[in-house]
Write a protein that binds this ligand. Structure first.
Ligand code: HDD
Length: 728
């Protein structure tokens, strides 16, 4: 495989200084190559290939004269520019993509006949797009929101899209409610406020009238909604899908992605600050990680339920507001995805990729989940407007790596030049080509599910338990996670202006957990209403009594994997560590810790009053940022080395002290050389240094580095939040 030439992709600060990692080609990226254009060393031309002599001046009647309509060069350039925007995605407008590969661990023929899940030798190219849901294309990455986790596998049997989220459940059970949900969460229609936020009246009005959303709301108010990185979040296919093996035997399957770096979040106050300091935080993090060779990795896991166990559980497998707890059906890790290449062009690849749940391969099929069924319509439909017509599958990023032949023809922007006279089937003039494919030779055959039913608009009673898994989620959280959830609900409902909506929501929360509802009610200065709000999702001729939530005694009280406290915490790879320094910094104190962190593959950046520092030893070294361009919220941890002059400067530098206070407030690891104690003493938290294990002070550089690394691995010291003493 040819390594990608380190291109001048110097869009980010990190890439300028750091060595660019190889970004390997795969079948898909090779297939994109003929569509790429590189203008380096080339002449400028019009779209018809005419060399352009003057791109600076339009054609005029005289030097000061009016412009002439004749100027075809101006007109071509301006017309293209005038039309270069397309509609953003109606949801998930804000996103970032990456290329990569998927490698299977062991074939699973007993479960599925899908080719890419039966050959552990091949690497299947993938393209992934991560996104937020509610905000516009230019909105902040750090909104409290669900994250999209859409993966396309370019398999030898065609494209398979796993269009998931970083949360395993959804707000609604039936796709017909999707436009209502999205209208409620999007900015309000009269004033288009607020952008990329669910903390407003229309969202909570809808949610408080939609008890089936209770479980998803727990996830949305948890720290899962503010990930530290796209590289540190799980992905879920959400629905129960179907695997079908070569014998035609089917089983139910849930798909889950588990990130090798663990699942981590930021603090809500931090998220809000990042939104100002670097709204591209997640996009930049993904790009920089791939450029530097810290390739994001995720294991693909499946939970399998044999067909005969369809009704074994106290929830319905077809209900997208339910998980299958891992304690009931363990996850099997079946392969690994590695994202190892950034796109060449955001618009051509990340913007134009058109995912669709209906892109399946033989061996993977659907179930009757009514949310899934509705999605099968929406995804292709939406591309017709977004990408301008039915030929979007011909856009390079959307083409499969296998040939496409059928009798679909024409339409706006058709690229393929189909030869021959026939574009219909059956035909005799072309020998009936292209030929249909027998199932035994790979032709897709829908699963032969038996269905005997009356046509009706209705919902199964098995979908009416709205609260027990919401409660399971809440019970499974650690103490700090529960506090964050309560704070998030208090924040969001505090932003709601209509008191009736707040109260109705308290009624829902009380069904989940009385203590949770009481704490949120306290924060809002309200009382919990006596009665559960009446479910408004009742058809005109329906009886409300038939639509009430029911309480099912769940078989589990807690599920360990639901808490991020139980995630992997064994690495500081790609974590961003700030070193605060100034002229006169002690050389050994700076370099020993810096090198130890870099040996663990952390990204270390020096922040100083100016962009160069002269060390105590007389070395002149560049700083990565000044205090003007850096902020603690953009880092995972901070270190203050010794050196008399440096320490004196930092102690008097309000931005340095603020940096440390804020890092402390957000529960991050802080290390300081004993000689830098003055700087720590200038902070609000100095009196706590003795007791907080996330604040490390020492005079042995190597030992200090070791302790610091061990602390950063733990991600955060959330217990620190309790006293709420830091005003940063
Ligand atoms: Fe959706 C985009 C995930 C329910 C209709 N959805 C979209 C994307 C993701 C999801 C990740 C962005 C894909 C990309 O990066 O281009 N959506 C989900 C999940 C759902 C879900 C996990 C619940 C399990 N979606 C859902 C429903 C409907 C839609 C019920 C409508 C019936 N979704 C769309 C859409 C979008 C979309 C309107 C907008 C842009 C696009 O499809 O390509 O068709």
């Amino acid at each position: 495989m040819a390594a990608k030439k380190p291109s001048p992709k110097l869009g980010t600060e990190q890439a300028i200084d750091k060595k660019l990692a190889p970004q390997p080609d795969n079948d898909k990226t090779t297939s994109l190559a003929p569509h790429t254009a590189d203008a380096l060393g080339e002449k400028m031309t019009t779209n018809t290939g005419l060399p352009i002599n003057d791109d600076q001046n339009s054609l005029k009647a005289g030097e000061r004269g009016p412009s002439l309509l004749e100027d075809f060069i101006f007109r071509e350039k301006m017309t293209h520019f005038d039309h270069e925007r397309i509609p953003e995605r109606v949801v998930h407008a804000r996103g970032s993509g990456a290329h990569g590969v998927f490698k299977l661990y062991e074939p699973i023929p007993e479960l599925t006949k899908a080719g890419f899940l039966n050959d552990a030798e091949i690497e299947t190219p993938v393209f992934v797009r991560f996104s937020t849901v509610a905000g516009s294309r230019g909105s902040t990455d750090l909104a409290r929101d669900v994250r999209g986790f859409a993966v396309r596998f370019y398999t030898q049997e065609g494209n398979f899209d796993l269009v998931g989220n970083n949360m395993p459940v959804f707000f609604i059970q039936d796709a017909i409610k999707f436009p209502d949900l999205v209208h409620a969460v999007k900015p309000e229609p009269d004033n288009e406020i607020p952008q990329a936020a669910s903390a407003h009246d229309t969202f909570w009005d809808f949610i408080s009238l939609t008890p089936e959303s209770a479980h998803m709301v727990m996830w949305l108010m948890s720290d899962r909604a503010i990930p530290r990185s796209y590289r540190m979040m799980e992905g879920f296919g959400v629905h129960t899908f179907r695997f079908v093996n070569a014998e035609g035997v089917a089983s139910f399957v849930k798909f889950i992605w588990k990130p090798l770096l663990g699942v981590h979040s930021v603090a809500w106050d931090e998220a809000q600050n990042i939104s100002g300091k670097d709204p591209d935080f997640h996009r930049r993090d993904l790009w920089d990680a791939i450029e530097s060779g810290a390739y994001p990795e995720y294991e693909l896991c499946v939970q399998i339920v044999p067909e005969e166990d369809e009704f074994k559980y106290d929830f319905d497998l077809l209900d997208a507001t339910k998980i299958i707890p891992e304690e009931l059906v363990p996850v099997q890790r079946i392969g690994k995805m590695t994202l190892n290449r950034n796109p060449d062009n955001f618009f051509a690849e990340t913007e134009q990729i058109a995912f669709h749940l209906g892109h399946v391969v033989p061996g993977i099929d659907f179930t009757n989940d009514p949310l899934l069924q509705g999605r099968l319509f929406s995804y292709t439909d939406t591309q017709l407007t977004r990408l301008g017509g039915p030929n979007f599958q011909e856009i390079p990023i959307n083409r499969p790596v296998v040939p496409v032949h059928n009798n679909q023809r024409d339409g706006f922007m058709r690229q393929t030049i189909n030869k021959g006279k026939t574009s219909y089937n059956p035909n005799s003039l072309s020998g009936n080509d292209p030929q249909q494919v027998k199932a035994a030779e790979g032709g897709f055959v829908s699963y032969l599910e038996r269905i005997e039913a009356r046509k009706m608009r209705a919902k199964s009673k098995s979908f009416f338990d709205h609260f027990s898994q919401a409660r399971l989620f809440f019970n499974s959280q650690s103490e700090p996670e529960k506090n964050h959830l309560i704070d998030a609900l208090t924040f969001e409902l505090g932003k709601v202006k209509t008191v009736m909506v707040r109260e109705r929501m308290l009624g829902i929360l009380a069904q989940i957990d009385k203590g949770l509802a009481a704490q949120v009610a306290f924060g809002l200065g309200l009382h919990i209403p006596e009665a559960l709000p009446v479910n408004q999702h009742v058809p005109a001729d329906g009886d409300p009594a038939d639509y009430q939530s029911i309480q099912v005694e769940g078989s589990l009280d807690r599920s360990e994997p639901l808490s991020m406290a139980n995630t992997v915490k064994d690495s500081i790879k790609s974590r961003k560590i700030a070193i605060l320094a100034a002229d006169g910094v002690d050389d050994a104190s700076l370099t020993t810790v810096k090198e130890a962190l870099e040996a663990e593959e952390a990204v270390v950046e020096i922040i100083a009053p100016r962009l160069t520092i002269t060390t105590a030893g007389g070395k002149i070294i560049p700083a990565d940022h000044s205090f003007l361009t850096a902020a603690s919220v953009l880092f995972d941890a901070v270190y203050v080395p010794g050196g008399t002059n440096s320490v004196a400067t930092l102690e008097a530098e309000a931005n340095a002290v603020h940096f440390l206070n804020e890092a402390f407030k957000h529960c991050k690891s802080i290390a300081a050389h004993a000689d830098a104690m003055q700087v720590i003493d200038a902070t609000y938290f100095s009196k706590k240094v003795q007791t907080d294990e996330g604040v490390i002070v020492g005079d042995d550089n190597a030992a200090l580095a070791d302790q610091f690394i061990a602390a950063i691995k733990l991600h955060r010291f959330w217990e620190r939040e309790k006293p709420r003493l830091i005003p940063a």
